[in-house]
Design a protein around this ligand. Structure first.
Ligand code: BYC
Length: 500
């Protein structure tokens, strides 16, 4: 990411000045941007026309309550990686949602596919218009969906620090919606504008007009789910954005590159959130002299979330997020790659022909009732490859959480379930498997699923802990304070001034 944004060291002073001006965001128009909107009247008009609908959506479906509170938020004022964000108190509806693209790389070429090595497209290539639009719409659809899923959480935040992080994530997902809407309105004419309107019409979990991808129609009922979502589902976002950042369609690439800068904080919220929950549980067990982390009743009596329940939530969110990678073998993915529209994770760092003419990739498949690795053409196995990259990325957080547990002296390990567990998309959607990957029949699944996925009782227990804590520097019983404050603020900093 930084590689892309970093300016070449040998650029002359003037070039550097020019680049800096370009990177700074123009706040003189209603919609802050670094794409020279003031000289692109048609697109500015389309975006200004879309703005009131967005504000209505934000007020109907954005965070419930707190709209008049002052929140200590970061706002992007530049896309320079050395200093792109500014922190200040802002009322959420007054947040400056803007259009920010990473700087254009001179002479950038399409890094993969049939058009490998040709100049990157600055306009939509006609023959790939439909594929491109579909991917942008799907990406755009997830952004408001997550805000809708999280809209009730403010009422039960475990601290002002967490409340602020929730709102930061929410406003930035809102900005990511703007990012996709800009691409639709600037490059796709009338149908782009219609798609932009539809992005405000669909609703997470709505029976008639749901969001496009499965995980974005699930509830986020409590803060443990929020942390799991930002760890696992936002990480799918990271992988997908990385793949789209490779795109031969340069405006999409530049948009995604900047989105990734913001996205990192969302996963930080997830990773540290789960760490803090695990930490608090371990401390409470130690203080109470509990040696068996599986003694759920005893642990729950302490007002903390037992490790087996954390494991169940992890099973749920990881498996839902795996579904977001689509089918293991996909001609859609192959076509998008061939076209030069969606690449692989870290495409430019991979050493191969970038066309996958004869390469194969091992794909997990169900063969005669057994899960096996089967070599498939690498081109159709791109979703599987990205999913594998994702799994590797997920493991990092697990190691940190498990370290907290082992340092506290407990024998318990959080683990990722097998990829065949609890799937609704792809190769394993019609079977049942245990978290260890053992295939089981329907009856066994129905009997055992409460051992592996959060049950109603588990949900009720977690809900019972979700009491808001609104005093600066105070934290709910079930979560540890963070190690450092946001923007290096002290522990008792008032991140949200609720009553203003
Ligand atoms: N749910 O060939 P297939 C984020 C559909 S998250 C419902 O298997 P393909 C964020 C698929 O659309 C990242 N439907 O898969 C995170 C297709 O339908 P059509 C979001 C699904 O196309 C947190 C059919 O099944 N970005 O940013 O290779 C907070 C066969 O498809 C699902 C992207 O996903 C599903 N899970 O890959 C905020 C990137 N999976 O066309 C934000 C853009 C598949 O036959 N999207 N289907 O009607 C893509 O790259 C691809 O569309 C997918 C699917 C990876 C999603």
């Amino acid at each position: 990411m930084r590689e892309h944004l970093r300016m070449t060291a040998d650029a002359s002073h003037n070039e550097q000045e020019h680049a800096m001006n370009f990177m700074n965001v123009d706040y003189s128009t209603k919609i802050p941007n670094n794409v020279n909107l003031s000289e692109d009247r048609q697109v500015l008009k389309a975006l200004e026309g879309w703005h009131p609908g967005y504000m209505d959506w934000w007020s109907d479906m954005g965070p419930e309550g707190f709209q008049q509170s002052l929140v200590y938020l970061r706002t992007a004022y530049s896309v320079d990686p050395r200093g792109w964000a500014k922190f200040d108190y802002v009322k959420m509806p007054e947040y400056r949602w803007g259009i920010l693209l990473a700087p254009q790389e001179e002479n950038r070429v399409i890094p993969f596919g049939e058009n490998f090595g040709k100049p990157a497209w600055q306009e939509v290539p006609g023959e790939h218009r439909a594929t491109l639009r579909r991917l942008i719409v799907i990406q755009g659809d997830t952004e408001p969906a997550s805000v809708e899923q999280q809209r009730h959480l403010g009422k039960t935040a475990p601290s002002l620090y967490d409340l602020r992080n929730l709102f930061q994530v929410n406003v930035e997902e809102g900005r990511h919606l703007w990012a996709m809407v800009y691409l639709l309105q600037k490059y796709f004419g009338r149908d782009g504008r219609e798609e932009a309107d539809d992005l405000l019409r669909r609703r997470s979990g709505d029976a008639d007009s749901p969001r496009m991808l499965g995980a974005f129609n699930e509830a986020t009922p409590d803060w443990l789910s929020f942390f799991m979502f930002t760890y696992f589902t936002d990480r799918d976002g990271k992988m997908q954005l990385h793949s789209l950042a490779q795109s031969g369609f340069d405006p999409l690439s530049r948009t995604c590159r900047f989105m990734l800068t913001e996205e990192a904080h969302h996963m930080f919220v997830g990773e540290t959130g789960i760490s803090r929950v695990v930490q608090r549980t371990c401390e409470a067990m130690k203080e109470a002299g509990i040696t068996d982390p599986n003694d759920v009743a005893k642990v729950r009596a302490l007002g903390v979330i037992d490790l087996p329940t954390i494991q169940k939530k992890l099973h749920l969110h990881y498996s839902l997020s795996l579904d977001l990678f689509g089918s293991e073998v996909s001609t859609n993915a192959a076509n998008a790659f061939n076209a030069g529209i969606k690449g692989r994770y870290k495409e430019t760092q991979i050493e191969d022909d970038h066309q996958l003419k004869s390469a194969t990739y091992p794909v997990l498949k169900l063969v005669d009732g057994v899960i096996k690795r089967v070599d498939e053409p690498a081109l159709t196995a791109l979703n599987m490859r990205l999913r594998d990259d994702y799994t590797q990325d997920c493991v990092k957080g697990m190691l940190r959480w498990n370290k907290i547990i082992s340092l506290a002296g407990f024998h318990f390990k959080l683990t990722l379930p097998n990829v065949a567990f609890h799937r609704q998309i792809g190769e394993f959607r019609d079977i049942h498997a245990t978290p260890e990957g053992v295939l089981i029949d329907d009856a066994t699944w129905n009997k055992r699923k409460g051992d592996w996925l959060p049950s109603t009782d588990d949900g009720d227990f977690i809900a019972s802990l979700m009491e808001p804590v609104t005093e600066a520097g105070q934290y709910a019983s079930w979560i540890s304070p963070p190690k450092v404050g946001i923007d290096n603020k002290p522990g008792d900093f008032e991140y949200v001034k609720i009553d203003t």
